[in-house]
Design a protein around this ligand. Structure first.
Ligand code: 5RP
Length: 217
């Protein structure tokens, strides 16, 4: 089924609003990045909770602050109660691809630091199997040698990450996401990649028409 652009926006908003309800007074909260998270922030701000938030991108930080959500650097908090973020691909086995907005390295740090990592998405993000492109963040040091090791890879025409990383996409086959993730993680020069293992995610909330489905992982 092809989802109209308007339908997808409504589904993102519904999933984001449902996720905002999972946040409780006093929590430490990781804020993801992207157009689905852009719906989360006003829904969260509207709840008027006292929270401590960290952001995975400058864009999220700016929007969150403008809405009155307090954002602090992610260096004085050892553990987050919850993090909420979007996704580019969600497979039935729980593997997720993130990084369409180039924030995957920080997003993975935040997801891995959270007691509960909630993924929010419109139904067009559900896929039968993970497929390329897989977002990458690469060290600029030795970049050409890293690109040669990776083989099928394309540099993305976007600014460097806030941590100075070069953004690229791996375009080779991803028949086995676990194997691909292990190989990318073990490749020197790769800071991180956009494959998120099923163990990272606690909940997946998907907007479907006018309802929100919670996927069993
Ligand atoms: C940013 C991401 C986003 O969460 C992902 O690309 C989904 O974006 P959107 O909500 O705009 O569809 O991983 O790095």
């Amino acid at each position: 089924m092809i989802l109209s652009a308007m339908g997808a926006e409504d589904e993102k908003r519904l999933a984001a609003e449902a996720a905002a309800e999972l946040v409780e007074e006093g929590m430490t909260v990781g804020l993801g990045t992207g157009s689905t998270v852009a719906y989360l922030l006003p829904a969260l701000a509207a709840r008027s909770l006292t929270l401590r938030c960290v952001a995975t991108s400058v864009a999220t930080e700016v929007q969150a602050r403008a809405l009155g959500l307090p954002v602090e650097p992610f260096d004085g908090i050892a553990r987050l109660d919850i993090a909420i973020d979007g996704a580019d691909q969600i497979a039935p086995d729980g593997w997720i691809v993130k990084g369409g907005g180039a924030a995957h390295t920080r997003e993975k740090v935040v997801a891995a630091s959270s007691d509960r990592f909630v993924v929010i998405a419109s139904s067009d993000k559900l896929v039968e199997a993970i497929a390329p492109p897989i977002p990458l963040e690469l060290l600029s040091y030795g970049l050409d040698a890293t690109l040669a090791r990776l083989g099928e890879v394309a540099l993305r025409d976007v600014p460097a990450s806030p941590d100075g990383g070069v953004i690229a996409d791996y375009l080779g086959p991803v028949d086995d996401p676990a194997q691909a993730a292990a190989w990318l993680s073990a490749t020197a020069g790769v800071v991180d990649h956009g494959l998120f293992a099923p163990e990272l995610t606690s909940d997946v909330l998907v907007g479907r028409g006018d309802r929100v489905d919670r996927l069993a992982l």
